[in-house]
Design a protein around this ligand. Sequence first.
Ligand code: GYE
Length: 327
Amino acid sequence: MDRRAFVTLSAAGLVSALAGCGSEGEGFDLGKDVNAPKRLGFSQVGSESGWRLANTSSIKKAAGLREIDLTFENADGDQKKQIAHIESFIDDRVDVIAFSPVVESGWDDVLRRARDAGIPVVLTDRLIDSTDTSLYVCSIGAEFISEGNLAALYLGNTFAKAKTPATVVEILGTKDSTPTRQRSEGFAATAAKEKRLRVVASEPGDWTKAGGEAAMRKLLRKHPDVDAVFAQNDEMGLGAVSVLEDAGLDPGRSPRIVTVDATKAGLQALVAGKLTYVVECSPEFGDDLMDIVVDLCLGGTVPRRVESEKAVFDKVSAEDALPDRTY
Ligand code: GYE
């Protein structure tokens, strides 16, 4: 039995999906024949984490199954490369462009070109901060703010009996990216509301284990008695674990650690007691993306927003989920 604490946000996802129905897809009547080839240009952030690799394989697998002609590019964390990818997709006259924005700002010019060329753009995983809503037709991904809320809520509960708020250090992902900003906001909002946690410092860890190690070393020097760590993804959390163990501490218990993603490595560390909680952020939305691509190609309307599921794992529910975890 899968004992994850599912947070039923599907209702909200549905509402926002319905809210956009009949509006955003219009204006891009590609009106292709149902059997005509459908060409998708996709620019991926990079291959920085288990989550990212799982997301890439979900997209490639779904495109294969739906016989969508996919041009897949990897930007290795470089926005300039992503902009060049989108430029080449426009020049190649693909039917639909989709990409996961490595950072939130600086997309207006290239997306305006795509729009004016009559090519609809779909954002996956992350968002952009442009006020011009005509620059993309749909976004697919997780609701990062509530991931931060959940991380603080579950971590805070473990300090319910404490007389004073527990001190927390935060390991951040890439600066100016949606998950970094929103997970931080969500965590801070719930910490302020629940008054059981106090974030005393944060350091960027660029979503990698090595980055998590370097960040934890800096944070531990400044805060040797820290009570808890909020690592914004599993890899950075696992980096923190190895630094804390080297320092003779007992990561998972003291300090407690909550991460986000729920990759296999994250769930294994949770079962081993090295992590306290893991908030799931599903990378498997390849099928959702291909549904949107097909609907756009056939001149249909698409929802403005499609939200992926999330859940919170503890040691017991992680043990249950591990056998089926593919990434
Ligand atoms: O949490 C991390 C990846 O954008 C949700 O990026 C994604 C984040 C994910 O590098 O592992």
